[in-house]
Design a protein around this ligand. Structure first.
Ligand SMILES: [Zn+2]
Length: 276
């Protein structure tokens, strides 16, 4: 029965989401690193039934059972996102590897599943940390680049089957990280490091390799459109809190755009038909 599989996938992903929530809370705070789950406010160790992703949050009403301090709603949403990410990854990218039946495809499926789990953690931490602190954690941006390069290395090694030879797309994909990061790198350089953050450049670089050139261009365009739209809405709705000089974290838009493009396989400007 598929339902059991989906429930298992959902809670596995949600557990990863819960992990992301903990990382974001504790990142750069050394004293918090040790020990199991605890309330951030009263430092009480949590019982097992208070640590079930999604469900605990709902049953505890988003509060600590003892001190009644509110637990940030972002924890609930990261866990939900983890669950949905796991199911979508399996359905869209992993299923065929696991159902194909050969040992090689099974091994590839397991490696891909690990990469997707890592990717979710990296996306989750960068998204939420940037949203909270307006800073892209460099270690996680570098991890994203490593994951992207792993995908690119696999494609480059198997170029004959994937591209059918050393085609234009092979070369574009080989330099994709540089090409996708270039516009922001130029803005960064010519604006004296003010207009965009260096972290955003690293994120684009990693995603350029993760998504490849065609989808990378779509991610680039979509992230700018979403970013512009959200910024305009914030300027309009909250003119006191946001003005033209307020720094708005940009990495969340890049990650949102990547997830939309990857899962929907969106080639926004029809680049694949233009190139071939
Ligand atoms: Zn508490």
């Amino acid at each position: 029965m598929n339902l059991i599989l989906y429930v298992l996938l959902f809670f596995t992903g949600a557990a990863f989401g819960s992990f992301v929530g903990v990382i974001v809370d504790r990142l750069y705070i050394k004293s918090y690193i040790k020990g199991g789950s605890m309330c951030q406010s009263c430092a009480r160790r949590l019982k097992w039934f208070e640590t079930i992703p999604v469900i605990s949050y709902i049953f505890l009403g988003g509060k600590c059972r003892k001190c009644k301090t509110k637990i940030g709603a972002e924890h609930f949403w990261i866990e939900m996102a983890g669950g949905i990410f796991a199911i979508a990854s399996y359905e869209i990218f992993l299923k065929n590897y696991f159902l194909a039946g050969s040992e090689k495809s099974l091994l590839l499926g397991v490696v891909l599943a690990i990469l997707f789990a890592l990717l979710f953690i990296v996306f989750g931490v960068i998204f939420n940390y940037d949203l909270k602190n307006k800073l892209v954690p460099t270690n996680y941006a570098l991890l994203l680049i490593i994951i992207g390069l792993a995908f690119e290395a696999y494609k480059a090694i198997n170029y004959q089957t994937i591209y059918g030879g050393l085609t234009t797309l092979f070369w574009l994909d080989l330099f994709s990280g540089f090409l996708i990061a270039l516009p922001f790198f130029l803005i960064y350089t010519f604006s004296n490091k003010k207009a965009v953050g260096f972290g955003d450049i690293l994120v684009y670089f990693g995603i350029g390799y993760l998504a490849g050139f065609i989808f990378g261009i779509s991610v680039f365009l979509l992230s700018i459109w979403i970013g512009a739209l959200v910024s305009l809405i914030l300027l309009y709705l909250r003119p006191k809190k946001y003005n033209k000089k307020t720094a708005i974290p940009f990495a969340p838009f890049i990650i949102l755009a990547t997830i939309i493009v990857m899962f929907l396989q969106l080639d926004i400007i029809g680049l694949s038909s233009l190139l071939f």
